[in-house]
Design a protein around this ligand. Structure first.
Ligand code: ATP
Length: 202
């Protein structure tokens, strides 16, 4: 695609919900989290390097990466976190660019929870933010996940603030309402606008 919209928002804000609505209009959706997971699959070069650095005990019995263990380690060790990010970020970036180039629709969506935190906004033409109040964000994440409110608040605090996200947005889609028809209508309007923009960008 020659026009790319980056979709982001905090945990439980509704990124997946919104991206599915765009998909219904035939828009290709590239998920940065899936690409990030794919670069460390069993047998990958990156996984080999990670195991050389962290040790065999970071593998699960299945031969896959023990992500929970790795997450805990880098949470408490900034040197290891830096090492890991230096290895993975360029790879993830390269694969995202490749996927965006190959996306067949007129414009495509890059869904990235950490679009701004990881400086991926430079890869996109427009930033779309799904915005909800923190109260709703916590309530919906609690309903969906097994995490506690304390854990969810810790994740929210590790992400950029709602205000910074709003500042970086070209478009904001409000997802406080439970009325999905309204959300669908907002997506439809944005979709039309992005289609127009992609034609101009050609
Ligand atoms: P994460 O970053 O944590 O993966 P997300 O931003 O992709 O989250 P979703 O999974 O789309 O968010 O939404 C979080 C939860 O809230 C889901 O269970 C979803 O079904 C629900 N939800 C999303 N939008 C609404 C809405 N407008 N009304 C009611 N529930 C909603």
């Amino acid at each position: 695609a020659n026009y790319i919209v980056g979709l982001s928002g905090g945990i439980g804000s509704g990124k997946t919900t919104v991206s599915k609505l765009f998909e219904q209009h035939g828009v290709s959706v590239i998920d940065a989290d899936i690409i990030a997971r794919d670069v460390v699959v069993k047998g990958s070069e990156a996984l080999t390097l990670i195991i050389e650095y962290f040790g065999e005990n970071f593998l699960l019995p299945t031969g896959e990466l023990d992500r929970t263990k790795l997450r805990t380690r880098i949470f408490s060790n900034s040197k290891d976190k830096l090492w890991l990010n230096n290895l993975l970020h360029p790879l993830i970036r390269k694969n995202i660019i490749q996927a965006l180039e190959q996306a067949p629709s007129d414009y495509c969506l890059l869904v990235a929870p950490l679009l701004l935190e990881n400086n991926l906004q430079h890869l996109v033409d427009r930033v779309l933010i799904v915005d909800v109040s923190e109260e709703i964000q916590i309530k919906r994440t609690l309903t969906r996940d097994k995490s506690s409110e304390v854990e969810i608040r810790a994740i929210i605090n590790s992400q950029i603030s709602r205000h910074s996200r709003q500042q970086a947005a070209d478009d904001i889609i409000n997802n406080n309402d439970t009325d999905l028809a309204k959300l669908e209508e907002n997506v439809r309007l944005l979709h039309q606008k992005y289609l127009e923009n992609s034609k101009i960008a050609e």
